[in-house]
Design a protein around this ligand. Structure first.
Ligand code: COI
Length: 353
């Protein structure tokens, strides 16, 4: 057992290479957790500032000190990225170094040491390959890899943890949502505040909006759109995805200014859209502008790109174009084509493993 109490995999055969396509019903994959074979663990011990050599271990529960920083004070970050199986049966990751850099930025904000980009990317490659048999067949989904950076050392006073653990586990996933998204607008609960942690993937960014999300779902919406806390006038993002609006040839999205998560799909879509000839604007988007746009769509690693079917605010519902012929469909085809190897990657975004 290592310091966080996980069994190491020294005696286990890492059989990720074995192809087993009847492991689960690939046609019924949703965005829900299915345990896989291995996870990756790496530690930064007390008094050290760097992570030591990590290793793969059998997937399983971890043992944590009840006084760990993450359990008591929420000192933790998450990431999310996917491994895709292409029609050519090759396995590809999409811009994993971007997740590494975002984890480093978040770690700096949360007073945590972080793995180097090399350590991070290597851990992701190893996790994907060790769980290769869980990467769905082409067109059925992907293997979602969830890296975590956690304050696992014991601490009673409010202060950074004396010890940290990096973990990466994986689950095969299908769509996060089926069909277009239908949003309500949340104008009482704010997801992020200026100077807060909305711009990093802190684990503490999600559960504070469960109440708003649960209420939106109870009313039949897929999700809620959050507004900026400073003025309450501009749209920011949904619970776990960035938002774009389309009017004619112009695609707009709220700017990255500390309260919006710098999504890697967001960033990639901005580049893809400009190659495809659209004009891109990163600017404040007033809520009332949603009445006048042709389309809206969301981006995120988990959801990829999803069209917005409607937005409802104070009883007024606005509907948007979705499906064939839309801008978001064109962008979705191009991005997923690059991710799965159907479209040539001229940007060096894809990492084949
Ligand atoms: C992702 O898109 O990977 C996310 O991190 C959203 C998630 C919290 C489900």
């Amino acid at each position: 057992r290592n310091a966080i109490g996980v069994q190491t995999a020294s005696d286990a055969s890492i059989n990720g290479d074995q192809e087993e396509h009847d492991l689960c019903n690939w046609d019924e994959l949703k965005f829900s957790f299915i345990p896989t074979d291995y996870m990756y663990v790496m530690k930064c011990s007390s008094g050290e500032s760097a992570f030591s050599q990590g290793h793969l271990t059998r997937y399983g529960n971890v043992e944590l000190s009840p006084s760990s920083g993450v359990l008591n004070y929420g000192q933790g970050l998450l990431e999310g990225l996917k491994a895709y199986r292409g029609d050519d049966n090759r396995i590809r990751l999409f811009r994993p170094e971007q997740n590494a850099l975002r984890m480093q930025m978040g770690a700096e904000r949360m007073c945590m040491p972080s793995p180097t980009a090399e350590q991070f990317v290597s851990s992701i490659k190893q996790t994907a390959l060790a769980n290769k048999r869980w990467i769905p067949p082409p067109g059925k989904g992907s293997l979602y890899i969830r890296p975590l950076l956690l304050g696992t050392g014991p601490i009673l006073g409010v202060a950074p943890s004396p010890e940290y653990t990096f973990l990466a586990y994986a689950s095969p996933v299908g769509n996060y949502f089926n069909g277009p998204m239908h949003f309500s607008v949340e104008d009482k609960v704010y997801r992020a505040i200026p100077g807060g942690t909305g711009g990093i993937k802190s684990i503490t960014n999600y559960s504070p909006i469960y109440k708003a999300l649960t209420q939106a779902k109870a009313k039949g919406f897929t999700d809620a759109i959050f507004l900026d806390a400073a003025t309450g006038k501009n749209i920011e993002e949904a619970t776990a995805c960035n938002i774009f609006v389309v009017k004619g040839n112009v695609i707009s999205t709220p700017p990255i200014a500390g309260t919006i998560l710098p999504g890697i799909t967001r960033k990639s879509i901005i580049e893809v859209a400009s190659w495809l000839g659209y004009q891109i604007e990163e600017r404040a988007i007033p809520l009332e502008e949603l009445i006048n746009v042709d389309e809206a769509f969301c981006t995120g690693t988990a959801i990829a790109i999803k069209p917005v079917g409607s937005v409802t605010y104070q009883g007024q519902r606005v509907e948007y174009k979705t499906g064939e012929g839309t801008v978001s469909e064109k962008l979705r085809r191009t991005l997923t084509g690059i991710q799965t190897g159907r479209i040539e990657d001229t940007m060096g975004w894809v990492v084949e493993i």
